[in-house]
Design a protein around this ligand. Structure first.
Ligand code: PAF
Length: 286
């Protein structure tokens, strides 16, 4: 049976013991309700490290009061089975009180990258993510941390935080895992009704069209984003939060693709906010 630690001291003691034995440790931070996307991170972490810790913690500080913290799906038993099958050794599953003292006064605040894309409609989100990820990095002290490319902005922000705050940790980004019809795997997909689930295919359809335009030589950002918008707008159950094609390093807007770029969208289907993206590498532009 996979080991489940609920306290900071117990996970620390176990990791210290592994490190005394000269073993390397990978950390996969998650909010639980694991799916094949998380599974792929754990498998990668198990291939690259001797021991794998999965944190399973729905982090309250990254949810605004009007968001889905209380209803976010939770299923530790299912998570434990998936973690064990994927090759993890330990699940860190603390209560909120274990992670956050009532009288805490310190948090991580980003001054750039967090106000763009998802940050516009979720203004406190990335400070909450950075705070909890830096706590997890300090608690587990892994050699490597694994994050999905579906949350592209989160991945960029964590890379920047690790650089700015000198965490001695390698951040590994892992590709998006999709359902057969192209919908990016997400714990929030479970919120979708059968009709909404069909409607949600529009995200991948729209992005694939946009990506095709770029592959065929289109470089004008408004042409690409407007084409994506048009496809999304054809779906009656979809309402667009944003469609952006930005510089992949600064997340700043641009008129024309000249280097590494990120095309990211957020779309609300029914009441469920879904995100997806594609990257354009500079070598693909030649
Ligand atoms: O991507 C997530 O699931 C969360 O934002 C993370 C990184 C586990 C922090 O709570």
């Amino acid at each position: 049976m996979i080991k489940i630690c609920k306290t900071i001291s117990s996970v620390r003691n176990q990791v210290m013991e592994w490190k005394r034995q000269g073993l390397t440790v990978g950390l996969v931070p998650t909010m639980g309700f694991l799916h094949e996307g998380h599974q792929s991170l754990i498998i990668r972490a198990a291939a690259e490290n001797d021991r794998v810790v999965v944190s399973d913690f729905v982090n309250p500080t990254q949810f605004a009061p009007n968001e889905d913290f209380a209803s976010y799906p939770r299923d530790l038993k299912h998570d434990a089975t998936l973690c064990e099958a994927a090759g993890a050794h330990l699940i860190f599953h603390p209560e909120v009180e274990e992670m956050y003292d009532q009288d805490r006064t310190t948090a991580v605040h980003m001054t750039q990258l967090n106000n763009e894309l998802c940050g516009k409609s979720r203004p406190i989100h990335f400070d909450g993510v950075c705070t909890v990820v830096s706590k997890l990095f300090n608690i587990v002290q892994p050699h490597r941390g694994y994050f999905g490319e579906k949350d592209a902005q989160q991945l960029m922000i964590i890379r920047r935080m690790v650089r700015d705050l000198n965490f001695p940790i390698e951040v590994v980004g892992c590709p998006i895992i999709r359902e057969e019809d192209g919908l990016a795997k997400s714990s929030r997909n479970t919120y979708l009704s059968a009709e909404e689930r069909v409607a949600a295919r529009v995200l991948h359809r729209a992005l694939t069209y946009g990506e095709e335009l770029v592959r065929n030589g289109e470089r004008r950002v408004p042409v690409i984003t407007n084409s994506i918008r048009t496809i999304l707008e054809e779906e009656p159950l979809a309402s667009i939060d944003y469609v952006e094609l930005v510089d992949a390093n600064s997340l700043q807007k641009m008129d024309c693709i000249t280097g590494a770029a990120l095309c990211a969208i957020a779309v609300i289907i029914g009441k469920t906010r879904l995100i997806d993206n594609f990257f354009i590498a500079p070598e693909e532009l030649q």
